[in-house]
Design a protein around this ligand. Structure first.
Ligand code: ATP
Ligand code: DP6
Length: 415
């Protein structure tokens, strides 16, 4: 039985994108504020293809914070430090909320500024792609949580990027999903509680129209070593990680940003691949070692390398996060050949073409020299996407997943 609400329920629904780092974040400087040992940089992927959709509701009738993820209630969500940092952080920035009476058009304060921190929120969120499988679900999820709370409360930043400092405390990479295009997360300094460890848009999503990302889902199982635990082990034991943060990343950040602005794919692609390689090298340099790639990931890397060698220039660039899935950046003119190559050696759904590209036998031969023979099932699915914008406000009735009358989840997972 649900008790009818006596106070209004306010709702907001947003969607937020994932992002895939091209200069990787790996290692925390401050575990409490969740700040990184090095700056990082990522491409925000388009929400038409992968997104987290989050509805938040607030009412004076709610008696506890509640979270439903993909339709299932997460027990004790309210006590999670990550969830608390995002919710409390936004509510602390919320102004008075007004309510307009439908009958006489009177405007009254429904929630006063000082009341926000005492109220409870209900959150319902789902991802349109596998959760916790190395596809940055936490990035999209915490960015959507912060953006939905901002939309609900009307909170404003007291300095540029403040909301990203809250999303960062949900999951580090989430701060970059608050902006579209090419985004940096500055490492920041310990001054003023790390307020300068924040995200910043370097170039918007329209600045490189031909860029595409092809995601090969090698496994959608939950990964073995969570990013947070993996980073802790690397910071403690990998001398390569400390060297990378101090001596490699700063220059890569600069060169990569310049390459994006010149739309210089070979340089952008080379830095992307080298940085992914170095991140996985630090995982191997960790004691005990962490293995995120598997044999299929390595076979895809070899085939991409064979393609670039055959072309005589870098046309496709791979990068892998904390899991075996491979993200490939490519320019639209070369996407059909890359897609045909992947379809040939790693057949799976998601890469269907209207005009089937005929592969040059010399390219097939070069790729076969890696030892790979075509085999079904190693890749489960492909997503093809492009750079996209930051969070979007959606319609509560059409897209929201909280019932406006009960304040409870109404999202049912399909299948
Ligand atoms: N839509 C969402 N809303 C709120 N929290 C979410 C959402 N999606 C994922 N999360 C949180 O993020 C966790 C998964 O994060 P995790 O870092 O393990 O995987 P990932 O983000 O998919 O992979 P990676 O960070 O390696 O790319 C979930 O268990 C959940 O706590
Ligand atoms: C390999 C990475 O994807 C690591 C992402 O780590 P998370 O942002 O998931 O870690 P927490 O801050 O502990 O939540 C690289 C990156 O996205 O920069």
């Amino acid at each position: 039985m649900t008790t009818p609400a006596t106070h209004p329920i306010f709702l907001a629904t947003v969607s937020a994108p994932t992002n895939i780092a091209v200069v990787k974040y790996w290692g925390k400087a401050d575990e409490h504020y969740n700040t990184p040992i090095n700056s990082s940089c990522s491409v925000t992927l388009h929400q038409d293809d992968l997104r987290a959709v989050t509805t938040v509701a607030v009412s004076k009738d709610f008696v506890q914070d509640r979270l439903w993820l993909n339709g299932v209630e997460v027990p004790h969500a309210a006590t999670s430090r990550r969830f608390r940092a995002c919710v409390d952080g936004v509510l602390a920035l919320a102004p008075d909320k007004y309510h307009t009476d439908d009958d006489n058009n009177n405007k009254t304060v429904a929630i006063a500024q000082h009341e926000w921190p005492t109220l409870h929120v209900h959150v319902s969120s789902y991802n349109t792609f596998p959760t916790a499988a190395g596809l940055a679900s936490s990035a999209a999820g915490y960015a959507a949580l912060v953006a939905a709370l901002v939309q609900l409360t009307g909170a404003t930043e007291t300095f540029p990027g403040e909301f990203s400092t809250l999303a960062r405390q949900g999951s580090g990479s989430a701060c970059r999903s608050l902006y579209g295009g090419l985004v940096a997360w500055h490492a920041g300094t310990a001054d003023e509680q790390w307020r300068d460890s924040r995200a910043e848009q370097l170039a918007d999503e329209a600045s490189w129209p031909a860029l595409r990302a092809v995601i090969a889902v090698v496994s959608d199982a939950q990964k073995d070593t969570a990013s947070t635990a993996g980073m802790q082990a690397s910071v403690k034991t990998s001398p390569l990680l400390a060297f990378r943060a101090a001596h490699v990343v700063p220059q890569r950040m600069q060169e990569l940003t310049q390459a994006w602005r010149r739309r210089d794919f070979p340089v952008f692609g080379k830095i992307t691949m080298q940085d992914s390689n170095q991140f996985h090298a630090t995982c191997l340099d960790t004691y005990p070692p962490i293995f995120y790639m598997n044999d299929v990931s390595r076979q895809i890397i070899r085939i991409v390398t064979a393609y670039n060698d055959y072309a005589g220039e870098i046309r496709a660039a791979y990068t892998l996060d904390a899991g075996p899935n491979v993200v490939l950046y490519v320019l639209e003119p070369h996407r059909p050949v890359l897609a045909a190559l992947l379809r040939h050696f790693f057949p799976a759904s998601g890469l269907e073409e209207q005009n089937d590209e005929v592969l040059d036998p010399a390219l097939v031969h070069a790729a076969e020299a890696t030892g790979r023979v075509p085999r079904d099932g190693d890749v489960r699915h492909y997503y093809v996407t492009r750079p996209g914008p930051g969070p979007r406000v959606l319609d509560n009735d059409a897209d929201g997943t909280i019932d406006p009358h009960t304040g409870l989840n109404r999202y049912q997972p399909s299948g």
